[in-house]
Design a protein around this ligand. Sequence first.
Ligand code: 6PG
Length: 240
Amino acid sequence: MSGQPKIVVAASLPELVEIAAAHIRAAATAAVTARGRFRISLAGGSTPRALYPTLVAGVDWTRAKVFFGDERAVPPSDPKSNYRMVRETLLDPARVSPANVVRWRAEDPDLDAAARDYEAALRDGATAPWLDLALLGLGPDGHTASLFPGTSALAEADRLAVAVDVAEMGTRRLTLTYPALCGAREVCFLVTGREKAAALATVVESGHLPAARIVRRSEPVTIFCDRDAASALTTGFLKK
Ligand code: 6PG
């Protein structure tokens, strides 16, 4: 059964960041109150990056376990590393203990082994749902995390994490899969810019493109977007 996401349209990036941060803080508090911990996966990309400084305060990071939705095949010090970006914008400023952060071993020449180890870390001491909240971005081609169109990762039905060849980028990536992301208690997307408008409309309204399977799941999904990204949505889907 497919559901309909809640779509929140903000007038500016600062407003979007404030609204999304308030939502995530509330989710963290609720998870800690209910289960004593908050398991979140974070996203790479420019839109999520703008959010992270706002999350430094207001989340009890001592109770959090931080995962990453995907990673580029680079060492953690590389400027392209999602881990590095999140460390600089959130983890270091918030003094999150390294024991509470699970990064992909993306520098390992054996990325399949790195993916298997990431899955083991996600399962360690936990039961499904593996994540309280999965935070995701959206690419203009409809990819999310590193679930790109036409890739083998889209067919993965069992494993929670895989290494994948992304031909359109001529590279390999590590990514959580549909079983992990569709199975999160809650999913939040951050989407900005007119170049995402067509992809967002397709994902929400037609159910095509990789992100659609997550966006249209029946459990809670919230899409935080700006007016540009929302500009191709038809009014029936745009409730604000
Ligand atoms: C990554 C991602 C990816 C990203 C989207 C949106 O590339 O590392 O995790 O899924 O979130 O491509 O990125 P932008 O916000 O930069 O467009």
